[in-house]
Design a protein around this ligand. Structure first.
Ligand code: ATP
Ligand code: MG
Ligand code: FE
Length: 336
């Protein structure tokens, strides 16, 4: 089975060719980061224009690298939400056009389902399983009771973890997206600021990162007023320690309430070394039977391979879309 998959929900244009849901034949990713950096975030109009310019080239590259032709393809898959409407529409339109022209079924994929199914390239998934979804726009604990059967058991009440990294990074003068650089700095510093761990002791599985972000920004501004210079490394280490501690604690609580054999960490923030290390260490001591699955770095950020992996599962469940498929910018999993 060969799936041609599309991803264009934000600022990456990506096309992949995926065999049997777990083998990457090609996965071309064109990032627009350099065009958005000077604005400090993704500019929707700029993003859609880039997607339009890139998409046909990327399709050609993905087909060429995989060595397949249109005759070999069994289905076309595309991210139809959540994301920026103008960006999503480019991928949706391209996928619909190819599906129609080549008489192929079209599989609609939720971008967050894609992030979770990036784990399918690492190991064989066993249900029920838990996913810690940490990305630029989402922070959620998601239960999968079966293939592509998602329900949210905990989520952020304000900022997403990646969003907090990016906002705090701006205060340190780090260009968007700041997560990777803060992660690097954090490993050079110490947790000396003792920032708040919001909702850590609450008995629900929800998160909150806006208080932490404000505490960080206030600390830096206060020091500026006093003409003091704070250690960037210690600030980064303190911020990261607070984020990681809450993410790990809540995930452990979720695992106690919902016994599973596998834990997936998904989304751009899954690339975080501090989070990977802390979660791995805590599982090893407290729940050694739970398998931790973290996709390789290249599959943590936005890419079409993960969309193809999710599409493979959806094809098995006969989930298909017609020519009327539209972008759904606010598409989300249901809360349990
Ligand atoms: P969503 O998937 O919720 O729609 P998105 O697609 O914009 O949002 P992703 O591409 O999954 O988000 O992830 C990007 C985010 O990951 C950014 O906020 C970035 O700062 C963050 N990030 C990337 N690497 C790291 C890292 N090593 N540590 C922390 N955060 C990171
Ligand atoms: Mg991105
Ligand atoms: Fe994403």
């Amino acid at each position: 089975e060969i799936i041609l998959a599309f991803e264009s929900s934000c600022d990456e244009t990506s096309v992949a060719v995926i065999k049997n849901g777990d083998t990457i034949m090609s996965n071309i990713i064109a990032t627009q980061i350099n065009s958005h950096k000077r604005f400090g975030g993704v500019v929707p109009e700029v993003a859609s224009r880039h997607h339009v310019e890139e998409i046909t080239i990327i399709i050609d590259d993905a087909l060429k690298e995989s060595g397949i032709s249109y005759d070999d393809i069994d289905a076309v898959a595309v991210t139809y939400g959540p994301g920026l409407v103008g960006s999503l529409l480019i991928g949706v339109t391209a996928a619909k056009t190819i599906a129609y022209a080549h008489h192929l079924p079209l599989i609609p994929v939720n971008h967050m389902a894609g992030h979770i199914y990036a784990a399918a390239f690492v190991t064989k998934l066993q249900y029920p399983l838990l996913a810690l979804m940490v990305s630029g726009g989402h922070t959620e604990l998601v239960m999968l009771n079966g293939p592509a059967d998602f329900s949210i058991i905990g989520e952020t009440r304000d900022d997403a973890a990646g969003e907090a990294y990016d906002k705090v990074g701006r205060v340190l003068g780090i260009t968007y997206p700041a997560g990777k650089e803060i992660d690097r700095l954090a490993h050079l510093g110490q947790d000396t600021f003792n920032f708040p761990r919001a909702m850590d002791n609450s008995d629900n599985l929800d998160f909150s990162f806006s208080g932490l972000k404000s505490a960080f920004i206030n600390t830096v501004h206060h020091a500026d007023q006093l003409h003091q210079t704070l250690s960037r490394e210690d600030l980064a280490a303190s911020f990261q320690a607070a984020v990681v501690e809450v993410l790990v604690d809540k995930t452990m609580t979720a695992l106690q309430q919902h016994p599973v054999k596998q834990l997936i960490v998904a989304g751009g923030v899954a690339a975080n070394q501090g989070l990977r290390e802390a979660l791995g260490a805590r599982l090893a001591t407290q729940m050694p039977d739970v398998e931790l699955i973290v996709p390789p770095l290249r599959l943590c950020g936005d890419n079409a391979a993960m969309i193809g992996a999710a599409a493979h599962i959806l094809r098995g469940k006969h989930v298909f879309a017609g020519e009327t498929l539209n972008a759904e910018p606010n598409l989300n999993f249901a809360r349990a």
